[in-house]
Ligand binder design. Structure first.
Ligand SMILES: [Zn+2]
Ligand SMILES: [Zn+2]
Length: 455
């Protein structure tokens, strides 16, 4: 499953890849400057035998600060220069791509010529984040700060412990390798980003509906894949470039003639290895074993952290099926429920019920759920059509969570479901669980056993 059968899209992707290649030379230039900076700073440090006095620290720090300021200014200026260059080049690219002779009935030509205008566009390009976070200027500042920190921390500890200057420079060099890598990634992002931002401005000025197109080669991330094929009536509604080295592009919707695969379609089409690689072990497990849907891992162009994923939506029946079960099963004896609620309250667990809770549980296809465990304030939600089995099952789950802790309980999801269901069946009579419910429980038990390859 690929996106690149589309001619316009293929050309656009190649164009940005070329810009990354082009950015390599700017990166090389700054890697050299960084090496030179390091050589001069090393000389400054080693001009002191040890960094043992406040005076020696201050003397060295002042020199390094000057070097970093110069470097940062140079980086910022060169990026600005490149932004202008790329912006002007981009008009030519867009003209070549879109402003071909118009066939009959075909309108909506993008008038890029109008772009070759002004400082207005340039300042927009420079004020847009290159990587979903920093503008070019902020990136230069952050790089400068990182360099300074790479020196300052070892210098301070050198001063504190009276270290030899060689020891200080040895500590610096490791840190600087990281700074160099970060700078490379930023520069390689900045150059194509200038072009992408220019395109966005052109599309916006021409009122063009756009489609988000990711590169479907198994090397992207779930954020980008989750946006693939999404239409935006206006560029201003599309998320910003989500991260460094993102290869996604926006294409005018009229040029994307075949519908692009959705996120789910694409992920499902991959081999298990590739799925694992893209999702990572935890998300892969949540998806395969916990019934968490792929779209729950992202929210409007942002990859959710594990603790942000709504794992309450784990295995459940379709809402139709669950409504049927809710209607058919016997409601729990109100006296018993009252007792249980009081017992839970004694143990510090609030029970929530009511219309709102019903709506929520209906949406999840469940009759009960535990919530708020990650916040350290777990509470129980019971449906108004709660059955005896539903009531007891959540109590069993609460004790499992207490026993294992939430992380482990989540990892053991299927095992703990099996344990709970077996217990319900074993004590069906004394819990007052009807035969109908026992059948439902047995079905779910089989499901969970299959999930972990038992039976
Ligand atoms: Zn990505
Ligand atoms: Zn991307």
């Amino acid at each position: 499953m690929r996106n690149t059968d589309n001619e316009i899209l293929k050309k656009t992707l190649l164009h940005y890849i070329n810009l990354e290649y082009y950015a390599n030379s700017l990166d090389e230039e700054f890697q050299t400057l960084l090496n030179e900076l390091q050589a001069r700073c090393r000389d400054a440090i080693e001009s002191q035998k040890t960094i043992s006095t406040k005076a020696s620290y201050t003397a060295v720090y002042r020199i390094i600060k000057e070097e970093v300021d110069k470097f940062q200014k140079e980086l910022e200026e060169r990026l600005e220069e490149q932004a202008e260059l790329i912006m002007n080049q981009e008009t030519e690219f867009l003209d070549g791509l879109y402003n071909k002779p118009v066939e009959e009935g075909e309108g909506n030509v993008i008038k890029t010529a109008a772009l070759a205008f002004s400082g207005v566009t340039l300042s927009k390009v420079l004020f847009s984040p290159i990587d979903g976070r920093d503008t070019a200027k902020q990136f230069a500042e952050r790089t400068g700060k990182n360099i300074l920190r790479s020196y300052d921390t070892p210098l301070r500890s050198g001063y504190l412990f009276g270290q030899k200057s060689e020891e200080v420079t040895a500590q610096v060099s490791n840190q600087m390798k990281q700074v160099a890598r970060g700078m490379q990634s930023g520069i390689l992002t900045a150059i194509p980003s200038f072009a992408k931002t220019t395109d966005r401005i052109v599309f916006l000025n021409n009122n063009v509906e756009v489609v988000w197109c990711a590169v479907l080669d198994g090397r992207g991330c779930i954020t980008c894949y989750s946006l693939n094929g999404l239409h935006f009536k206006s560029v201003s509604l599309a998320p910003a470039i989500p991260h460094n080295r993102c290869r996604c592009v926006l294409c005018p919707a009229k040029d994307i003639t075949e519908p692009l695969p959705t996120y789910e379609e694409y992920i499902e089409s991959l081999s298990e290895d590739d799925q694992l690689h893209i999702l990572g072990r935890n998300r892969y497990d949540l998806w395969k074993n916990y019934g968490i849907e792929l779209k729950q891992f992202v929210n409007n162009g942002r990859k959710l952290r594990l603790d942000e994923i709504d794992t309450a939506k784990s295995f459940s029946f379709s809402s139709e099926k669950s409504q049927e079960i809710l209607d058919k099963q016997q409601k729990v004896n109100p006296q018993k429920l009252k007792k249980v609620i009081a017992g839970l309250a004694k143990n510090g667990y609030e029970v929530k019920m009511g219309d709102e809770i019903d709506r929520y549980l209906n949406a999840m296809g469940r009759e009960a759920a535990i919530y708020g465990v990650s916040e350290g304030k777990p509470f129980v939600m019971y449906h108004s059509k709660l059955s005896a089995s539903g009531m007891f099952e959540e109590i069993i789950h609460l004790s499992q969570i207490r026993k294992y802790g939430i992380e482990k309980a989540r990892a053991l999801y299927n095992e703990l479901e099996i344990e709970a269901k077996e217990k319900l069946l074993k004590f069906a009579e004394s819990y007052g669980i009807t035969e109908y419910e026992q059948d439902v429980i047995q079905n779910m038990l089989d499901f969970h056993k299959k999930q972990i390859g038992r039976e």
